[in-house]
Design a protein. Structure first.
Length: 82
């Protein structure tokens, strides 16, 4: 069920909010993957930061899609590569 919610949010570019270790997280979801420990994670940008973070599925509860605004993913461009 979590994957369906996250996939919909990623495809439609909607922000999501959820509880992660009892903290409220607002996230712009980018993609779903597996970390080095074999746990399923969702990667995304936490609102009001420029940092991409990974959140483990087993610690995520109370997921809600925020339909009010769509977002564009931020693609970091390194000056050393230009």
């Amino acid at each position: 069920m979590k994957s369906e919610i996250f996939n919909k949010a990623i495809l439609e570019r909607h922000r999501i909010k959820f509880l992660y270790d009892f903290r409220l997280i607002n996230l712009e979801p980018y993609f779903i993957g597996v970390n080095k420990h074999g746990n399923k994670v969702i990667y995304g940008r936490v609102n009001n930061t420029n940092k991409i973070c990974a959140f483990e599925y087993n610690k995520i509860t109370n997921i809600k899609i925020i339909n009010s605004h769509k977002f564009s993913p931020i693609i970091p461009i390194l000056p050393s590569l230009n």
